[in-house]
Write a protein that binds this ligand. Structure first.
Ligand code: RFL
Ligand code: PHB
Length: 399
């Protein structure tokens, strides 16, 4: 293998959606960049995660050349269904959010599509390249130290962007420099399954039941993705397949005529639920984007969308040619994106609390949560606020 590059304009840590989208945007703008990823390609491409894309994310993926398979294979949704008190209510984005359509398209495929583009026509994407140090962040030549194929290397950059997720060196560096992490851990988790069975719904189905939350999503016309609320300390082995289907059927039940189809379960996992907001998103010449800076509970389906929007905003700032203006644009990036993340966090927290049953919830709390859902179902104004926030329209307007 040829020696890795030793210098670049932008050194990006992490080939998740944020890092891959940023590298692609920079490449299309003609900016030199190197992307370092600690895992191997197969691992990164198979990691099961998000499934729902907002219109702005779909547009951006199309713009950077990653829209072809998405347009062929994604399932486009005109709304979502909220189920509660044994009834279903369709939140119609066409009517409430200017015809916005969501795409159900798995993160695994987005990552595969972006990696394919990256390996076709650059910039360099180095797998199994583990960044262990960032240095000279306040100087003119910030440097990444990384280990690859048993050897240590350095990469001198003009800017470093940490897209290395919630446990990366980017976040640790911000905290060591006096940054602040605001965290909230929910007293429940999601038990998630993948199953080889056609989805029993043609939309995303979020259910609040007396037994807890459940979500019916999908990956393709033959693969379903479902989740249900469990206590925070659960382990996947605790649940036999039939018990999982029984529990899902009980929580998703809605009057007569609807039935949850069952099939072979091919993957099981437990997903912790927390909100994490880090500030600032900049230390000298290192910027943060995506989960490195903010993690959302999955109920609002926002994490990936926020990560890709960060990449887009950061690229704009990096492209400013006059150095003093660019520095100001990067400061503005860091400030604006923290505000956006707070807004998304408020919505994700609202939706999480409304849909789940916390151990401490009493009858009054449960009635209040149901009241919120009744208002979304019964008041077009409330439904519109909810729909516009869910599809990201209100954020686009506020930006
Ligand atoms: P990622 O995807 O975590 O990527 C970070 C990458 O950095 C690498 N890395 C390093 N590389 C080199 N050197 C180092 N020292 C490194 N340290 C780390 C890691 O190996 C990794 O490849 O972060 P990014 O790019 O910010 O993307 C964020 C999204 O992945 C995340 O927000 C979403 O998956 C969240 N999420 C959802 N988001 C949505 O928008 N819609 C959804 O429907 C949705 N559903 C979900 C979700 C997350 C879930 N889980 C598992 C938490 C459903 C679930 C179940
Ligand atoms: C998913 O399809 O994995 C998914 C959908 C909606 C969510 C979270 C996850 O809110």
């Amino acid at each position: 293998m040829s020696a890795p590059p030793q210098a670049t304009t932008v050194g990006v840590i992490g080939a998740g959606p944020a890092g891959l989208a940023l590298a692609r945007l920079l490449r299309l703008a003609g900016v030199d960049c190197v992307l370092l990823e600690r895992r191997d390609r197969a691992y990164v491409e198979q990691r099961q995660r998000a499934g729902t894309l907002e219109p702005a994310t779909i547009d951006l993926l199309r713009r950077i050349g990653a829209g072809e398979r998405l347009d062929r294979e994604a399932l486009f949704l005109d709304g979502i269904e909220l189920r509660f008190a044994g009834r279903g209510h369709f939140v119609d984005f066409a009517a409430l959010a200017d015809g916005a359509r969501l795409a159900v398209y798995p993160q695994t495929k987005i990552v595969q599509d972006l990696v394919a583009l990256q390996t076709q026509d650059g910039p360099p994407l180095l797998f199994e390249a583990d960044v262990h140090t960032v240095s000279d962040l306040d100087g003119s030549r910030p440097t990444l130290g990384f280990r690859m194929a048993g050897r240590d290397h350095t990469l001198r950059c003009q800017y470093i962007v940490a897209c290395d997720g919630a446990y990366g060196i980017g976040r640790r560096t911000v905290l060591a420099a006096g940054g602040h992490l605001q965290e909230h851990t929910y007293p429940y988790a999601w038990y998630g399954i993948l199953a080889d069975v056609a989805p029993s719904t043609d939309t995303l189905l979020y259910a609040r039941s007396d037994h807890g939350f459940a979500l019916h999503s999908m990956r393709s016309p033959t693969v379903s993705r479902l989740y249900f609320q469990v206590p925070a300390d659960h382990v996947p082995e605790q649940w036999a397949d039939e018990a999982i289907w029984d529990e899902l059927a009980r929580r998703l039940a809605a009057g007569t005529g609807w039935k949850l189809e069952r099939g072979p379960i091919t993957a099981k996992s437990v997903i912790g639920m927390s909100s994490e907001l880090l500030a600032p998103m900049r230390v000298g010449r290192m910027l943060l984007a995506g989960d490195a800076a903010h993690v959302m509970p999955p109920t609002g389906a926002k994490g990936l969308n926020l990560a890709v929007a960060d990449a887009n905003a950061l690229c704009q700032a990096l492209l400013v040619s006059e150095p003093a203006d660019r520095e100001r644009a990067l400061d503005q990036y860091a400030q604006q994106r923290v505000l956006q993340a707070r807004r998304v966090e408020r919505f994700s927290r609202f939706m999480t609390r409304t849909m789940h049953i916390a151990p401490e919830d009493d009858a009054e709390t449960a009635a209040r949560r149901l009241g919120v859902l009744e208002r979304i179902a019964g008041s077009p104004e409330t439904a519109q606020l909810f729909a516009r926030e869910y599809v990201g329209r209100s954020r686009a307007e506020a930006a």
